[in-house]
Ligand binder design. Structure first.
Ligand code: UDP
Length: 471
């Protein structure tokens, strides 16, 4: 039997850092069966149900090693998710090293691929004479910014939010300092220091694999390649999304929300979700509820119990019943037009329904790609991380979204919510956005055809690894 090229993959905890890199791995093994992949999975305590059920479904052709969870007492309570995720990996480094050593002694590791938050594990690549790759689960626009961060840090003396002029990155839509990712909000914070450290670490890897496709960001990707960035090679391999939220079609067909959606007219329902962990304050939940009512549109809303921290549910689920936080009488008044899903939804299957005509989204990159793949225009409501950058790209750049902005007292008001929803769902502007989304949907599908740009990029990478491994 021919020897297989052995690769190690290291995700980081948090649904949207765990799933995309594992989906990438599935695609690699499916398209290139001469690869043998082992995933080394760190965790922070017991993962939320969403991650748990995903991990239970890793196919048998991908080996996985579950590392002992790190001790929760060793991480600061209530810290920003990015810090918790990175710290989990940092504290898992000894067990990652041990796992790599054992694997390499059985069959030499040609390459180690780590999620952006697990970049420190790539330091081990030299010891095993392996190539090192970063899996960046976002787009080329955000990647360009992160790579520029060390330079910006030297050149800019004030807080980024106080910059008078937008930042112009080669090939990218201009971006205001206020819309940069959350860790940059306070330059003396620990989160910023870690962000900068990650950015500098990127320059040490052999290549960066990212979840976008050439046709979506051609000017940005060309600029990345032109600029060179030392020895790094870039591989756009997206869109990489889950094939479906569940493997069990019968269970999915039985879901009440999908049965309800099937009865609604085409493009008439707005899907409302803030990702795997986004949360709103009680006041903002009220405002959104009234805004939905005022808009007069049909909606399906994934509702979570309120919190004053926008990322409260990101790494751990809460058990509270979210329905009790809705305004009095809301459920009764909207029962003909609305459907509320507590905490979690089969998102991909929902977006796939003909009746879904808009997505009010926090603009997490996975949600954006899933919306693009179904041609659904977006009402952009970014909360944290790099979501505001994604919103800028969608609204100012691609013109497939309208962005909702906070008023001075950090609330998005019901009148504005209703106006923007109506505009996307039934206005002329919305029509144009839907058409542009449909054309992005086609480009996304083309990128994944056998001769498509992303499949070629993956083949190029696989061939490089194969040669390096002498196969
Ligand atoms: N998701 C889901 N059901 C939910 C909420 C989220 O299936 O109720 C999935 C969604 O399809 C996406 C991922 O969780 O694949 C969320 O990732 P994203 O990057 O959009 O946001 P994040 O969770 O990182 O904020």
């Amino acid at each position: 039997m021919a020897r297989k090229t052995h690769i190690a993959v290291i995700p980081s905890p948090g649904f949207s850092h765990l799933v995309p890199i594992l989906e990438f791995t599935k695609r690699l093994v499916k398209n290139h069966p001469n690869f043998h992949v082992t995933c080394i999975i760190p965790s922070l305590g017991s993962p939320p149900d969403s991650s748990k059920s995903y991990l239970e479904r890793i196919p048998p052709n991908i080996n996985s090693i579950f590392l002992p969870p790190i001790n929760k007492q060793d991480v600061p309570q209530g810290a920003y998710p990015g810090i918790l995720i990175q710290l989990t990996v940092t504290l898992s480094l000894p067990s990652i090293h041990q796992a790599l050593k054992t694997l390499n002694s059985k069959s030499p590791l040609v390459a180690i691929i780590a999620d952006a938050f697990a970049f420190e594990a790539l330091d081990f690549a030299k010891e095993f004479n392996s190539l090192s790759y970063l899996y960046f689960p976002s787009n080329a626009f955000v990647l360009s910014l992160v790579l520029e961060m060390p330079k910006l840090d030297e050149q800019v003396s004030c807080e980024y939010k106080d910059l008078q002029e937008p930042i112009g990155l080669l090939g990218c839509v201009p971006i205001n300092g206020i819309d940069l990712p959350t860790p940059t909000k306070n330059r003396s914070s620990e989160a910023y220091k870690k962000y900068l450290q990650r950015a500098k670490g990127m320059y040490l890897v052999d290549g960066i694999i990212f979840n976008s496709f050439f046709e979506l960001e051609s000017s940005v990707i060309e600029a990345l390649e032109q600029k060179g960035h030392g020895k790094i090679s870039f591989f756009p391999v997206g869109p990489i999304t889950q094939i479906g939220s569940s493997n069990n079609d019968d269970v999915i067909d039985e879901l009440e929300c999908l049965k309800w959606l099937k009865k609604q007219p085409q493009n008439s329902v707005l899907y409302v979700s803030f990702g795997s962990g986004g949360t709103l304050s009680q006041r903002q939940i009220n405002e959104l509820a009234f805004g939905l009512e005022l808009s007069g549109q049909r909606f399906i809303w994934v509702l979570r119990a309120p919190s004053d921290s926008v990322s409260a549910a990101y790494l751990e689920a809460t058990n509270e019943d979210p329905l009790k936080f809705l305004p009095n009488g809301f459920l009764e008044r909207t029962k003909e037009k609305g459907f509320i899903l507590p905490s979690w939804a089969p998102q991909i299957e929902i977006l796939n329904q003909n009746s879904v005509g808009g997505f009010l989204s926090h603009c997490g990159w996975n949600s954006v790609l899933e919306s693009i793949q179904e041609g659904v225009p977006i009402v952009a409501w970014p909360l944290f991380a790099e979501q505001a950058m994604n919103a800028v790209m969608l609204s100012d750049g691609l013109k497939v979204a309208i962005r909702l902005k906070y008023e001075d007292d950090e609330i998005v008001e019901k009148e504005k919510i209703a106006k923007v929803i109506k505009c996307v769902m039934e206005g002329e502007e919305g029509k144009g956005m839907r058409e542009r989304m449909k054309s992005l949907k086609d480009s996304a599908a083309n990128a994944l055809k056998d001769d498509g740009s992303s499949i070629k990029s993956l083949a190029h990478l696989a061939s490089h690894w194969g040669k390096f491994g002498g196969i």
